[in-house]
Design a protein around this ligand. Structure first.
Ligand SMILES: [Ca+2]
Length: 315
């Protein structure tokens, strides 16, 4: 870790693609200082996401990263999970041992608040990779932290690609739209990796084999996770591979030049039964609503996978 390393908190619901994102961060200590990992209910229930986060830390040989359990359900809605994509454990694919490192005693929401108050203002970046429940709860409990957040870089939403869990909504936003609304209104700088980007970061046989051919436990696990969840997207989209959604967030922290987007207004639909959880992104600037997020639209996929492969090989 160097002085230049950006301090982050990863808020996550692992999930195979979350796992790859965590590995990318842990493999990049010169760029990224992971202060802690906070688990939230999402792809699978909280007990599993809190366990999976620790499985990934141990796989990376980073048992010293503190992991905190957070919200076990959305702010007001019933939890919707995604075992149909990720398998019943959330990390189906390789057989990995149960973690022996403990969960921290503190609640994830309190860790987020405590860390933002402890560190100098504008030095801690939040990286939400799942439903935004923990972040919204922290903002509601401690409104003073909003001005102390350096940046929120999140995976969620969609505009041109529309929905993956309903015709209109992306999963992370759909699961807890009220939390997303709170986060998008909080005033901190926000960068969004929507499906418009992640659907351009597709695994291919060559890209997955590059992980497998590392011949390391981490490389094999990444290849086997990808093999597992590819089957779902290949069938759904008839695409050559599956999107690696969450690693886009961490890749942006390391190499922002891989991504292109627009600083625009993004609002969250919370009411309509048809479009609940939609990220209403004013990409074309047709309203006078104030821009509140940089909404990414494109990624250099070859550059993204080159970075991912180079870093994962370090673990
Ligand atoms: Ca996730």
């Amino acid at each position: 870790m160097t002085n230049a390393a950006r301090k982050i908190i990863i808020d996550t619901d692992p999930g195979q693609d979350d796992a790859v994102a965590i590995l990318l961060a842990l493999a990049s200590p010169d760029d990224i200082d992971v202060l802690g990992i906070t688990a939230v209910a999402g792809n699978v229930p909280l007990a599993l996401t809190a366990k999976n986060a620790r499985i990934v830390c141990e796989l990376a040989g980073k048992r010293n990263v503190p992991v905190f359990a957070g919200a076990d359900r959305p702010l007001i809605r019933t939890l919707r999970t995604a075992e149909h994509v990720h398998g019943d454990s959330g990390l189906n694919g390789p057989a990995l041992p149960d973690p022996t490192m403990p969960l921290q005693d503190m609640h994830a929401v309190d860790f987020i608040i405590h860390t933002l108050r402890r560190e100098a203002p504008g030095t801690v970046t939040l990286c939400p990779l799942g439903p935004l429940t923990n972040i919204a709860l922290a903002l509601e409990k401690a409104p003073d932290i909003a001005a102390r957040i350096a940046h929120i870089v999140l995976m969620g939403g969609a505009y041109f690609e529309v929905g993956n869990i309903t015709p209109a909504a992306e999963f992370n936003i759909y699961v807890d739209p009220e939390a997303a609304r709170t986060v998008f209104a909080c005033g901190a700088p926000i960068t969004v990796m929507p499906l418009d980007v992640t659907h351009k970061a597709l695994t291919t046989r060559t890209r997955v084999d590059a992980f497998r051919d590392m011949g390391t436990p981490v490389g094999r696990a990444v290849a086997e996770w990808t093999d597992f969840f590819e089957r779902f997207d290949k069938q759904k989209y008839a695409s050559p591979g599956a999107p690696l959604h969450d690693p886009c967030v961490i890749a942006w922290l390391i190499k922002p030049e891989l991504f292109k987007g627009r600083h625009i207004n993004v609002e969250i639909e919370c009411e309509s039964d048809l479009t609940r959880g939609m990220t209403v992104a004013d990409w074309w600037g047709v309203t006078d609503r104030t821009p509140n997020a940089t909404f990414m639209g494109d990624v250099d996929a070859d550059g993204f996978f080159a970075l991912l492969t180079e870093r994962i090989a370090r673990l």
